[in-house]
Design a protein around this ligand. Structure first.
Ligand code: ATP
Ligand code: MG
Length: 559
């Protein structure tokens, strides 16, 4: 992954240069989520990048809620975001902060700007401000309130804070340059009046700072050296620097804190935007922010992804300066790689059909010793009951097999995995032609799955003893959007895949799965990796999510 290695370095190179030239002494990064939704796989990239850089340079990683824009669900989101960052393993130690903790300092910084003549109170409405702002080709026009005196501005701003003015009736603007070619520099709004109850500060404030003013100050107050954000903020960087320089937190744009942008992580044909996920949740199309079809971190966790697999994925994606999109199959590759050695390999019939072994003694049970993971002997072995009546997967039997079908069909001999050779002697069907029962005979000499006379069979199938089988529910997932038609319709709505979730109610698994707990993962041999659903599974009614199937055509780039 040579290219990624080079591009990953662009942030590291900047950091190393800053350290060498003395613009900063240590490295301090942060992850600054806005508590207005659950985190998704893209945020995981940002979290692990910031945390990873702090670790690499022996610095510190701060976790800070950018809660300058209160909404009513804040507390739920704060809790979920904390759980997600912790789960990913980014350790903020004792440095959990809230932007709202700095409201006082931000207010003082704004007063300082007014005193310097660098900010003024305007009575223009939001719409008027937009009109005065100009366009990419036309300069903006001077705000008619820009000429207010320092004293008047100080009094008005204090009045804003004290609740003397209606919501939206006044704003504080920076005085920069209405003719700037960068629209962000045309006297941006720094504060607005808004009566909103804040999850942290309650009703104490009725003015709230805007992101472009608050964010650089939060970084500066915490001593962040490298403020890493995504590309859409590139055009805001001059304003970021203006704020920290004019408020006296730094002297030159090169000094810390310093903003560095990288490209967002996008997954091809996958919905990542908070806005869209929120819509799916609100419209009841998914059953919550952690619906296993989503790529929120909570959903990935519930589906059975591990922090290791996500770290590995983010690592493979690398860091770059140009937007691109990554195949979901790469994420699947990472979870398969992580689980294949870790998980016990169990037997399960997801679409069960009964097999009766006619010559096996009725009432007899044998316990067969089965290794839990052939590739990883450390996982030990278990005893699996075998008896006269079994369940196999319906697709492992065919009445009339096509060429190269080596599984069970009339007259054919196969291996029951870890057990015996069996030969199909007959079968029964219902009126609709569905196979209801398959009859076989077994070769007692082939115990363990090999015949002493050396004859070979081409097919090996899994099975579960019917009398011992545990009935469970299994949920299979596909992409929530219809990939053929693309993610979005012309009107911005999503193209949904009606088959994104298949619920299999009558599955049977081997009895060793009894007692499986939320988030426990297993390989079901020949089928895929499955994880106990943390929301809907119960001790006596297990529910499994399919994390990923076993096979993939996905190849790592450069392999
Ligand atoms: P979205 O709108 O995609 O849900 P956001 O940018 O509004 O996300 P924030 O809470 O503001 O979400 O983001 C917190 C941090 O995560 C920011 O630094 C942001 O740049 C970063 N981030 C958000 N989305 C991605 C992504 N897809 N890839 C990498 N970093 C991201
Ligand atoms: Mg945002």
């Amino acid at each position: 992954m040579e290219n990624e290695a080079v591009s990953r370095n662009f942030i590291e190179q900047m950091i190393e240069k800053d350290l060498a030239e003395g613009h900063c002494k240590t490295v301090k990064t942060r992850f600054p989520p806005e508590p207005n939704g659950y985190l998704h796989i893209g945020h995981a990239k940002s979290i692990l990048l910031n945390y990873g850089l702090a670790q690499k340079y022996g610095g510190q990683f701060n976790f800070r809620f950018d809660d300058t824009n209160p909404t009513k669900e804040d507390t739920e989101f704060v809790e979920s975001i904390k759980a997600d960052v912790q789960w990913l393993g980014a350790d903020w130690e004792d440095r959990l902060f809230f932007a709202s903790d700095y409201f006082e300092e931000m207010y003082e910084a704004a007063v300082g700007l007014i005193r310097k003549g660098k900010a003024y109170v305007s009575d223009l409405s939001a719409e008027e401000i937009r009109q005065y702002r100009g366009t990419l080709t036309e300069p903006g026009r001077e705000d008619p309130y820009a000429s207010r005196s320092v004293e008047e501005n100080l009094a008005l701003f204090e009045g804003m804070k004290n609740g003397e003015f209606a919501d939206g009736s006044k704003v504080l603007r920076a005085r920069i340059d209405m003719a700037s070619s960068n629209i962000n520099m045309r006297d941006p709004v720094l504060y607005r009046v808004a009566r909103m109850t804040h999850h942290n500060t309650g009703d104490r404030w009725c003015i709230y700072p805007m992101y472009d003013f608050a964010h650089p100050l939060e970084d500066a107050i915490e001593g962040i050296t490298h403020s890493i954000c995504t590309l859409e903020f590139e055009d805001h960087r001059p304003l970021y620097d203006w704020v920290v320089i004019e408020t006296g937190y730094k002297n030159t744009p090169e000094d810390a804190p310093r903003q560095i942008e990288f490209a967002k992580l996008y997954l091809t044909n996958v919905v990542t935007g908070k806005r869209y996920i929120k819509k799916l949740v609100e419209e009841g199309i998914v059953d919550g922010w952690d619906d296993p079809r989503l790529v929120s971190i909570a959903a990935l966790k519930r589906r059975g992804f591990t922090p290791e697999s996500i770290r590995n994925f983010v690592e493979l994606c690398g860091v770059s300066k140009s937007n691109s999109s990554v195949d979901y199959a790469m994420l699947e590759y990472c979870i398969r790689e992580d689980l294949k050695m870790k998980c016990p390999r169990m037997m399960a019939a997801l679409d069960p059909v009964k097999v009766v072994i006619d010559n096996y003694p009725e009432g007899q049970v044998e316990y067969l010793e089965v290794p839990n993971n052939l590739e990883n002997p450390e996982l030990g072995s278990r005893q699996v009951p075998f008896s006269r009546e079994l369940y196999i997967d319906r697709e492992d039997f065919m009445e009339v097999p096509p060429r190269k079908y080596f599984r069970l069909f009339p007259g054919n001999e196969v291996r029951l995995m870890n057990a015996y050779f069996v030969t199909c002697v007959s079968f029964q069907k219902d009126e609709e032609g569905n196979i209801t029962e398959i009859h076989c005979t077994y070769d007692p000499a082939s115990k363990g799955g090999n015949s002493p006379d050396g004859r070979k069979v081409k097919g090996t199938i899994h099975w579960v003893s019917a009398a011992h089988a545990l009935p469970v529910e299994v949920r299979l997932y596909e992409n929530i959007v219809d990939e053929e038609r693309g993610v979005y319709n012309e009107d911005g709505s999503l193209n949904l895949n009606p088959n994104s979730r298949t619920i299999l109610k009558n599955c049977f698994v081997e009895p060793n799965l009894a007692g499986a707990k939320a988030y426990d993962s297993f390989q079901f041999v020949r089928q895929g990796f499955f994880c106990v659903d943390a929301r809907d599974s119960a001790e006596d009614a297990l529910v499994f999510n399919r994390i990923v199937s076993l096979k993939s055509s996905y190849k790592l780039p450069n392999q």
